[in-house]
Design a protein around this ligand. Sequence first.
Ligand SMILES: [Zn+2]
Length: 394
Amino acid sequence: MKKDRFRYSIIGVLLCAAVLSVSINVLNDRELEGEDMGSLSANAAGLSEVEFIRDPAASGPGVTEASGELEDAKDEGAASDEGKASADIESSASSESSPSIGDAPVGADEASEGPGAEASEEETEAASETEEASESSAQAAAYEDGEQIAFSQDWEFASFAAISSGNAVYYLGKGERKGIVIAVNAGHGTSGGSSVKTYCHPDKTPKLTGGTTSAGATKAVAVSSGMNFKDGTPEHKVTLRMAQILKDKLVSESYDVLMLRDGEDVQLDNVARTVMANNIADCHIALHWDSDGLSSDKGCFYMSVPDGLKSMYPVSGNWQRCEELGDALIEGLKGQGLKIWGSNPLDMDLTQTSYSTIASVDIELGNQSSSHTDADLELRAQGLLDGIDKYFGY
Ligand SMILES: [Zn+2]
């Protein structure tokens, strides 16, 4: 009996050890499974954006953070344009400005998330790029040559426009089109534009610098009438002629062109023109001549972004590419032997800049003392084309 009891005790001890060993193995497997599950969920998120955003609670906390990134990536896609070569560097800066970013800084996310979340971010970027590419080609195919384009109230900031009943005109590039749309804005030329006002900034904060409207005002005239050249020619006539010459050159070089004003008068104010450019074009160039009272030609310059605006949405994610485009245009004009003003660029708080989500520049092609024959305008158009080529890497 004693012998049997001893034998049973041994069997009991062995059984306990076996159970213990199995338990430890199961525990280890569970820990591993936890990691794998995390990365699987994150990967799944990359594959199905919509589902993922709709149901963040179904995943762990790490994945919820990733959902912030997905939304950011979507904002970035929506706010920025397609097919810009040199402006891509600013894409991450652009996401910093999006309202949804505040709670999820990009750098912090990378540090706190595991490898699974990184994979999700990559996949999200890939998905976003595919989306942008398809939008771009859809957009390029969406318009006919010479098509009139109406303003849409669905566009971001659309409700800030006071005059938006007019149409822009779309022109297709000749030959093998580049798939790049240049919004050409012949400055001024909206009848009734100076009798209504629009907010200077989308957040309704006061204007920082002087100009047609002085600093401190929260609203400015929707479109000013422009100046008169020394010879009496109104600025809006010269900007329109300039726009037509530039459009012909761009189209010949296979750029598509969105003419924001294609006639003497367009019922689109500065906000409307900017919003339209944001949604259809890859960059926005507004043509002006300066009104400075000087009796000699001061040369060309562009309006750069005042420091005080650089933290405001959407300027915060966009001002670098505006200035990059401005610098490229000035280089192009200089290359054509045109005079550049010694104080270029000039910081100016403009409606155009404040509402732009694409590379957007107000370029002053001289002042009221500048000669503005077709030959002068031709030279400026070639300089601008050279600058545009440089900006887009051609
Ligand atoms: Zn002007």
